[in-house]
Each structure stands twice: as C-alpha cells, then as structure tokens.
Design a protein around this ligand. Structure first.
Ligand SMILES: Nc1ncnc2c1ncn2[C@@H]1O[C@H](COP(=O)(O)OP(=O)(O)OP(=O)(O)O)[C@@H](O)[C@H]1O
Ligand SMILES: [Mg+2]
Length: 428
C-alpha cells in the first residue's frame, strides 16, 4: 500500500509544450482516484510521471512519503495497465500473468497457484493455455490486468484500460476491476475520459482540463457541487443548460436573475444570495441540469420559463425536450491557454474550442420548417441557439411545436462568474 502526492507538478515536453500545469493532488493509502478529463488534457502524462516513464519538469512527486522524482521506475513498485494491454504473443495466458513473478524469482509452485486463483477471479481460467492472439479484446485486457495484479504492487496505474471494449464488456469488467482492486486494497490511479466510469469507480475524482486541475472530490461532491462551469458541463449525462444573466437587486427586496425575456427570483433566504448579489449590475452564468427543469401547466405561478417545444429526442429510457425560450445560452468558459500553449487550440484565450456540444442525435422529432441556426458568435466561440434542454422521463408531456411552461428548481441553479468559477465556491 502506498500514497501518492503530487506537489505543484509541471510537465513541459521538449519543444515547450505545456502538458501539466502546477498540479497538486493526493491519492491516499488504498484510495481509488480517477483522473477524468477530455482528450489531450494531460491525464496520461500525469500517470506516466507517477510511473517514472516521463520526467517531471518542475514540482515534486512523493510516493509513500519518499521523494520520487528521480526514482527509477523499477524501484517505484507500480504496475501499469494501458488501453491496449501489450501482451507477450509467444507466451500463453499463464505465461503472461506469471511473468512478473518469474522475474522476481518467486517459488514456481506458489506462482502456479496464484495465477490459477487470479485467473478464476478474472474469468479467464479456461484460457490459461492459449496464446494472446486467440483471445477476444476483453479477455486480453483481463490478462493484462492479471499480470499487473499478480505481484501485488504498492500502486496500480491504469490508463483507460476499458476504452477499447464494447459497452457490455466495459460494464462487466468495470465491476470486476472495482471488486478486485478494492479487495486487494492497493492504491489506484485510474485514467478515463468516461464520466460513467469515473462516477461508478472512484473514491474521488480529479478533473483536468488543459493540464490544469479543475476540481477534486467524491463523485457526489463533484456532480452536485462542481467547482467550475467546465466541471458541471463535463460531468453531465445530457447537455448542461448554461445561460447568461444579469444580476439585479431591486429595492434590495431579493436577488433577481435577469435573462432578458425571463427573470428568476432568488430570495435572501437562499444561502447563495449574498454571494450572487456581489455581482449586482454584472453578468453571471447560470447552470441548470435538464433534470432540474420540469413541465408544468400554464397556470403554474412558481419560478419558470415559458417557450415552445422545438424538438423532442428519444433516448430509450427517457425523452428530452428542446424548448425555445429566448434566453441567452452561453458557451462553457475554459481556462485560458497556459503559457507555451496559446494558439494551439481553437478559440484561443477565452475560446470554447474544447467543448463540443452534441446538438442533434437520431430518433428526433423536429418541427419541419425550423432551420438550424448554430453559428460562430462575434467573440469567436460557438454559440448555440437558446434551447432549454428539459428531461421528460419515459412519456413525453409535450409534442414538437407545443407551448411549454418549464418549472425551475431554483435551489439547483449553479451560479458561475463569466470566467466559469463558482460564485459560491464549494467547500471540499
Ligand atoms: N511526447 C510528447 N511530446 C510532446 N507533446 C506531447 C507528448 N506526449 C503528449 N503530448 C501532448 O501533451 C498533451 C497531453 O497529452 P496526454 O497524452 O497526457 O493527454 P491525455 O489526457 O492522456 O489524452 P487522451 O485522452 O487523448 O489519451 C497533449 O496536448 C499531447 O499532444
Ligand atoms: Mg491518454
């Protein structure tokens, strides 16, 4: 067992490319820490620095209380599993799994038993005499996992070990990894860009974007109380509604979130009201998950938006409605490009190139005359039309073209400054 501490770690690749920017993070003894973030955000770089496969440019890495920046990989006692576990093609499954024990000159009888036992836990005991070339992708990943686990290292480092598998296999193996790793109690750092994997596996999740740590906390903390608009948007099974509003405090009676065509009242009793009121006269961003909105009859007089259903989308277990309300949608702010990196990505400083919003999927009912009006806004980011995405459950309450009233759960509004930081920062 072991702990990992990253203290202000920076990685600049030769040529000046900044991949990880002053990142501090800890994985406690026996903890399952998931690194989550979009492609290119520096997850693998971070993992490879912990493994000793990549040099740390600045900052310190501590393994089990020992400064490890210059410790050779073999002295770190870590086992790594990659996206496509490279196996020895001429060794059998048993030969592959037992390899680390053979290198360590373990007792052959003990090795045989341990491999047999482990192969049963991984459901590959019937393939022990076969070669990797004859196995399915899922079986090969299990062998790679077995080889990493067999010698019980101090630390597991896993880099998207399930991403090459189909959905069913991914779910199955996900549960097995979780059970196996937890039963061994080995500290694990697990990289993924899949939010479901992160939420289901992690003790804590660390979210990265552009080499910068955005948030770290338990899955529930990060999901319900995200530190930035980027985190709220990334950890969202449907599209996050992110709206621009002006803050007003008329006669100091309450806080008013003014969306132009619509307004929402936040009473002073709301714990966030004073923090929001600091922005009186200024712009904020309001985040609303589609399940914080619900269809209500026209007579409803609580906090609500009113509009027209532009489209319905069938997702199997639920319907989503896209309701045109005339409220201004905002793009998700990203941290500014760190030094050495500017200009490399679309959008530039304040740009939104990293966030791709899926606008249209299959199985969608849409009004025939309406044309899509997604385009580039004057500030250079992609601005989508102002549809509110509303979760409807198994039976749609509306049809495309209907007038629609949408109740807003004000207690579930997430409020951000224009650069995406929380107005009322979460306490971790
Ligand atoms: N050897 C290298 N030399 C220069 N730049 C590199 C090198 N390896 C990675 N990078 C860059 O560093 C950044 C982070 O890369 P990294 O592989 O850590 O991302 P990632 O989060 O693992 O992405 P993915 O999800 O696609 O695997 C990327 O912009 C990448 O292009
Ligand atoms: Mg990677």
């Amino acid at each position: 067992m072991s702990s990992v501490v990253l203290d202000n770690v920076t990685k600049i690749y030769p040529g000046g490319h900044l991949a990880v920017d002053r990142l501090s993070l800890k994985a406690g003894d026996g903890e399952f820490l998931v690194l989550l973030g979009p492609s290119g955000c520096g997850k693998s770089t971070l993992l490879r620095m912990i493994a000793g496969l990549e040099e740390i440019t600045e900052g310190q890495l501590w393994l089990d209380g020992q400064l490890a920046n210059h410790l050779p990989p073999r002295e770190r006692d870590v086992a790594m599993v990659f996206q496509s576990g490279a196996l020895y093609p001429h060794r059998t499954v048993r030969g592959n799994i037992s390899f680390p024990l053979e290198i360590a000159k373990s007792d052959p009888e003990m090795t045989f038993e341990r491999v047999t036992e482990l192969s049963k836990a991984l459901h590959i005991d019937e393939t022990l005499d076969r070669r990797p070339g004859t196995l399915s992708g899922g079986q090969r990943q299990r062998v790679a996992m077995g080889r990493a686990i067999v010698r019980q290292p101090k630390l597991f480092l896993m880099d998207e070990p399930l991403s090459n598998l189909d959905a069913g296999m991914r779910t199955e193996l996900r549960m097995e990894i979780s059970a196996l790793v937890r039963s061994l109690g080995v500290t694990t750092v697990y990289v993924t860009h899949d939010q479901v994997e992160a939420l289901t596996l992690a003790d804590r999740i660390a979210i990265l974007n552009r080499g910068v740590l955005q948030d770290v906390g338990t899955p529930a903390q990060i999901y319900n109380d995200p530190a930035t608009a980027f985190v709220a948007s990334f950890l969202n099974s449907q599209q996050l509604n992110l709206l621009a509003a002006t803050v007003r405090t008329p006669q100091n009676e309450f806080v008013l979130l003014d969306f132009g065509t619509h307004r929402l009242i936040m009473p002073w009793s709301d714990p966030r009201a004073y923090a929001v009121a600091q922005h009186t006269g200024g712009q904020i961003l309001v985040g609303l998950r589609p399940d914080g909105l619900s269809p209500v009859p026209e007579s409803y007089d609580g906090p609500s938006f009113f509009g027209r259903v532009r489209a319905l989308e069938y997702h199997g277990h639920e319907w989503l409605a896209y309701v045109e309300c005339g409220v201004p949608a905002a793009a998700v702010p990203e941290p500014p490009d760190p030094r050495g990196r500017a200009g490399e990505r679309g959008g530039g400083p304040g740009g939104f190139g990293g966030v791709v919003r899926r606008m249209f999927g299959g199985g969608r009912q849409e009004e025939p005359q309406e044309q899509e009006r997604v385009g580039q806004n004057p500030t250079g980011g992609f601005h989508r039309r102002s549809d509110l995405v509303v979760r409807l459950g198994g039976r749609p309450a509306w049809r495309a073209g209907d007038a629609a009233k949408v109740a807003v759960d004000v207690s579930r509004l997430m409020i951000f400054t224009p650069d995406g930081a929380r107005v009322d920062p979460p306490r971790r």
